[in-house]
Design a protein around this ligand. Structure first.
Ligand code: PT1
Length: 292
């Protein structure tokens, strides 16, 4: 595994024994036409400030929800939501990620200084590979079966782990052929994106294998997802404990980046985890460091 993720203005260490924490910054639609834009910008900025105080490593800005069943937003609306935040946070001292699958948003975000492009469609939209190839930002390639509107209707796989790994490897090849350095890449099985609980659990239990086979860092997004609701019976606002347990399960598998809503709680859980860790994560990463 590479020691560093090349992430725009930043080189992020991957083998510290503790995964990086990516904090989710959702840009909510304006509730009022008058002054509403300033209100939501203010809210997003104070949320970012709080995440930074809590120890976030990467801030992931998203202008379109990809929760199951949600309708897409237009290019213009997504840019209106995301770009002011990106400009306002540019000098906050933390790498900025943009959660988008739209090539035009990628281009504008990169021009404005985005450090990472996080694409739930794995750079499959027409023009997406070209939009990011020449830049120096990191890329997160995620797997999704279907699209957010319909993906949870009837997800099916022969072998979910095989198919997701195969898809991710194919996208890695395409990006590398377009000139993207491997040091810019991370991969993501896409928890909850066209997967049953069984598929999600199989993928979670194979993060380590996926990472070993590709040699690329895995990013895991499990925070507050419905798979945790299925396991605990809790609604989305009652899933903090489940989210922390899932984050640690992914950490035990060696995941290098965790995408989370609850930064302070996750950072605490990881501090305790790494301090007490004598098992495969710490051992494995130490061995890799010694080899470097
Ligand atoms: C993710 C992710 C993401 N998740 C990356 N980006 C979302 N790289 C947005 C549910 O089942 O995992 N990795 N960007 C949010 N999407 C979902 C999907 C939210 C499913 C909730 C569910 O509840």
């Amino acid at each position: 595994m590479q020691a560093i993720l090349q992430c725009g203005r930043y080189n992020l260490p991957l083998n510290t024994g503790r995964p990086l924490v990516m904090g989710i910054l959702n840009v909510t639609p304006d509730s009022f036409s008058d002054g509403g834009q300033f209100y939501s910008l203010d809210l997003a900025l104070s949320q970012a400030e709080q995440m930074i105080a809590e120890g976030v490593d990467i801030i992931d800005i998203g202008g379109e929800s990809s929760r199951p069943g949600v309708q897409p937003v237009s290019l213009e609306e997504e840019l209106r939501r995301v770009m002011p935040i990106l400009y306002a946070l540019r000098d906050c001292g933390k790498p900025l990620s943009i959660d988008t699958y739209k090539p035009q948003v990628m281009r504008e975000a990169i021009a404005a200084g985005a450090d990472l492009i996080n694409d739930i469609k794995g750079f499959r939209e027409h023009g997406a590979v070209e939009a990011v190839a020449e830049a120096d930002c990191a890329l997160c390639i995620m797997h999704m079966q279907g699209d957010p509107q319909s993906m949870q209707r009837d997800p099916r796989y022969g072998d979910a782990v095989q198919e997701v790994s195969g898809f991710l490897s194919d996208r890695v090849k395409v990006l590398e052929q377009a000139g993207v350095a491997r040091a810019r890449l991370c991969i993501d099985p896409g928890f909850g994106f066209g997967k049953t609980l069984e598929h999600n659990l199989a993928l979670l239990n194979n993060i380590g294998k996926m990472q070993d086979e590709t040699g690329l860092p895995v990013l895991a997004g499990l925070s507050r997802k419905s798979m945790l609701g299925s396991l605990t019976g809790k609604p989305v606002e009652g899933r903090l404990a489940g989210s922390l347990a899932a984050a640690l399960a992914a950490t035990a598998q060696g995941a290098r980046i965790l995408r989370v809503h609850d930064v302070a709680e996750t950072v605490d859980a990881l501090k305790v985890w790494t301090a007490t860790m004598v098992g495969p994560v710490g051992t494995k990463q130490k061995q890799e460091e010694e080899q470097e």
